[in-house]
Design a protein around this ligand. Structure first.
Ligand SMILES: Cc1cc2nc3c(=O)[nH]c(=O)nc-3n(C[C@H](O)[C@H](O)[C@H](O)COP(=O)(O)O)c2cc1C
Length: 389
């Protein structure tokens, strides 16, 4: 019996299975607005059987965008475009979630597929200028990144208020899961990590001080995010340097997040240009497993998960509660439904029962014909189609 296809209930929300679409920036928004592209892009994964669709990093303020193409939630006018994605997901059985974030010292860059470097004069000439970036300290993430301005008390208060306002808008747009982006060297990760946080006030220095702002934001968001809806946090479980944030820090922080009402830690890693860990198949799984075991909180595993059997064993062995797919989902938006067949987690005469009926009904009817025909082979096909005069 497959564990991967068992539903998961978090607070008042039930996910149909353990597959999540990992948040993935599309860099295709204009002024933060979602378009038809986004509805169709995310719609494919709803039709493909994912339990949870996590919409990409969506900026809580214009200056918190990574690129000019990021989605935004800093204005009520952004709500309708995102609401279409959420409504479509629900109509086809997927749970819509959204990741909100602030890029901090990694803001103001070119789209990945347009260079991935600092915005330059050519970008400015075509209407996409660079903007000043902020961080806990006036220190770049690593060589080659912009030198940020250190946030002052007003700036910190604004970031917190922006997260809360965006959370309210995500709710209005119809999302059932909210994820706070505290990973990958972006603003809140930069507060957590000793590699980027040199502050000498109550937001820097000790572990308690470095977690203060991320924890304050999680607490404030929890107050406006309904009690019956789950709240996730994506962490860089380690920042990758032996002198940086450690897995023990993540366990302790996960305990603190749990205490303020966070339900799931989405376990990623890195973001600071160093990575002193192996990075093969499922390389971040040990983080998800350890945080789940030691902090007694739900976890989502992510990172080079490519095979249905790999995904099944992650859930069956209790390493994580959810499996998030990035590249594998881009390659095959129907990954969960294909996995269901590969793992034999379907009824004998209804292999397509969980597909959207507009496709599944036809595919189930064609299935018996294909059994009759046997596997296609080039020779057989040529003979069947040849004409004799
Ligand atoms: C195109 C693309 C965009 C991404 N954007 C985000 C993002 O918006 N937020 C985030 O936390 N991670 C982002 N990531 C990281 C993925 O969510 C995921 O953690 C990573 O790709 C590893 O999983 P994979 O090996 O299954 O792809 C992105 C990755 C890709 C490939």
């Amino acid at each position: 019996m497959s564990k991967l296809f068992e539903p998961l209930t978090l607070r008042g929300v039930t996910l149909r299975n353990r597959f999540a679409l990992s948040p993935m920036c599309q860099y295709t928004a204009k002024d933060g607005y979602a378009s038809d592209y986004h509805t169709i892009h995310y719609g494919r994964f709803a039709l493909g059987g994912f339990g949870l669709l996590m919409v990409e990093a969506t900026a809580v303020s214009p200056e918190g965008r990574i690129t000019h193409g990021d989605l935004g939630l800093w204005d009520d006018a952004h709500i309708p475009g995102l609401a279409r994605i959420a409504a479509f997901a629900k109509a086809y059985g997927a749970t819509p979630g959204i990741q909100i974030g602030h890029a901090g010292p990694k803001a103001s860059i070119q789209r990945a597929f347009e260079g991935n470097g600092p915005l330059n004069a050519v970008d400015a000439a075509r209407g996409e200028p660079a903007w000043p970036v902020v961080s806990p300290s006036a220190r770049p993430v690593t060589d080659g990144w912009l030198v940020p301005t250190a946030l002052d008390a007003n700036g910190i208060a604004k970031v917190c208020a922006d997260f809360v306002a965006s959370a309210r808008r995500a709710l209005q747009a119809g999302f059932d899961v909210l994820e706070l982006h505290y990973a990958h060297g972006f603003l809140l990760n930069a507060f957590l990590s000793p590699l980027t946080n040199d502050r000498s006030d109550e937001y820097g220095g000790s572990f308690e001080n470095r977690i203060r702002l991320p924890l304050r934001i999680a607490r404030a968001v929890r107050e406006v995010w309904p009690r019956d809806k789950p709240l996730f946090v994506r962490l860089s479980a380690v920042d990758g340097s032996s002198s940086g944030w450690t897995i023990a820090d993540s366990v302790a922080f996960a305990e603190a997040l749990k205490a303020v009402g966070v339900d799931v830690i989405d376990c990623s890693s890195g973001g600071f240009g160093v990575y002193e860990y192996p990075s093969g198949y499922g390389f971040q799984l040990p983080f998800a497993e350890q945080i789940r075991r030691e902090a007694h909180i739900g976890t989502m595993a992510v990172g080079i998960i490519v095979d249905p059997r790999q995904a099944e064993s992650i859930i069956a062995s209790g390493q994580a509660d959810l499996v998030a797919l990035g590249h594998a989902a881009l390659r095959d938006p129907h990954f969960p439904l294909h996995a269901q067949q590969t793992l034999g987690a379907v009824g004998p005469d209804a292999a397509y029962a969980d597909w959207n009926v507009q496709a599944g009904w036809w595919l189930d009817h064609r299935a018996s014909k294909l059994v009759q025909l046997g596997p296609w082979a080039p020779m057989k096909d040529a003979a069947a189609n040849s004409h004799k005069d």
